[in-house]
Unconditional design. Sequence first.
Length: 533
Amino acid sequence: MTFVGYGRAAEGTATTLTFRELDRRVRVLGEIIAGRVAPGEPVAVLCPQGLDYVIGFLGCLAAGAVAVPLYAPEPFRSDAGLVASLKDALPTLVLTTSAARAPVDGLGAAPSLAIDEIGGDTAWRPPERWDETAYLQYTSGSTSSPRGAVISHANLAWSSAQVREAYRIDGSSRVVSWLPLFHDMGLIAGLASPVVAGAHCLLMDPMAFVQHPLRWLHALSSHRATYTAIPNFALDMCVDRTTITQRAGLDLSRLTAVTNGSEPVRDRSLRRFSEAFASAGFRPEAHAPSFGLAEATVLVTAKPFGTEPAIIDCDRAELDAGRVRIVIADDPTARRMVGCGTPTLQDVRIVDPEALTDLGSGRVGEIWVRGPNVAGGYLGQADHPDFGAHLDGTDGWLRTGDAGFLHEGQLYIAGRYKDLIIVDGRNHHPSDLEATIESTLPGLRRGHVIAFSIEVEDTERLVVVAENDPRSQVGTYSDPSALLRAARRALAVGHGIELHDLRVITRGGLPKTTSGKLRRGTCRERYLAGGYQ
């Protein structure tokens, strides 16, 4: 495991642990934790991104404690979600680093232990704990307060196997990841899967990527990476913030899979990245759209390895009505959809959320999942209705709350039921409306548009809040009324929906989860409270 930090040198400073060294440090820490914490008690990992985080998480598993992977307080990030998760988990011990200890102790969650201050060796070996709880994966909170999905050692092992199977990760693989290790995809793709496979993984801090996407691209090139995982917006950032000259010095030819688990995965982003980095040897078949969620440990579906992503165009009105009708690409009613692959070592069904019947292919419904990767439930919510659902005489199904459909064996994501916008009796998925605004109005930040509905005089009305892109030549609007007219025209023509209000705000103003997903519910609450003036 290698971590590249950028706090001391612009080109980055690399620190590496062999697996033998990692094993020793994990066992030393595990023995200490086991001596201070009873088996099954929660231990929070509040470390900055880096090798100490890896040691801390694995040390908890070895000790039989329930790991709670979170993050150390940072000046640029609100502590609200962190405090809420700690209040829910109630850890007995907190693992951190000497540099982060002061702000961590300031939270008052539990006594702390600095991982980087621990040395020595031990002959202690952890016992097997297959059926016990391994960790609590807190959901990103895109639609609700943080909830801890209870992940067993068996769930973790199975999920790692799914990722390795889907993306052909083995001992010869080279992995690069800047995804947060407290996030479900970051934990499995950047820690568990490489460790189990014996693959060399290079980790970076998420902020290192956000500040300079070229750092990640250089890491892919110099590390000869074969696998990585990112959210969709990262593709656009790489295109928008690199030059042709910078791209010419890269070698991305060894990449065989770039997992993209955003909601939604956008065809335009895939094409832009492929075209921009073709000169660096990037191949379109390396794009790997997927679907997953914390409650399923992470992965649910993945694009068939070595194939280009499946792209279809659907009649928008039919899709909003719950039916799938394929149209030609230039059809004015078309909504372009990206396939998120096929189920990986589990069962996936499309279900009528009210009748609770299997809809089969060609119909939009709620995505249900069943398999050894599905969590045991939420902490303290044993009877939560999302878990243990029944379907056609079988049980153990997870209700994801996501809307989608199956076409030719692939899963396509339509949106979330909780975010669905219903105006004049018609359903509209916010991601569809957001894509229209983003493509119509220049000067907006890609992937930073939120659509939601509010009630005005007993009628549901559409509101859009979008971030301005100061880097754009048209990023400052001199005529707001013209902007509003253009937005209303695009939504009326493309979707048959009237726009009630549009707010363009400064960069960084939209609420997002720790994994970068837009928080539509929080945005709506802020708008109703008088925000975004």
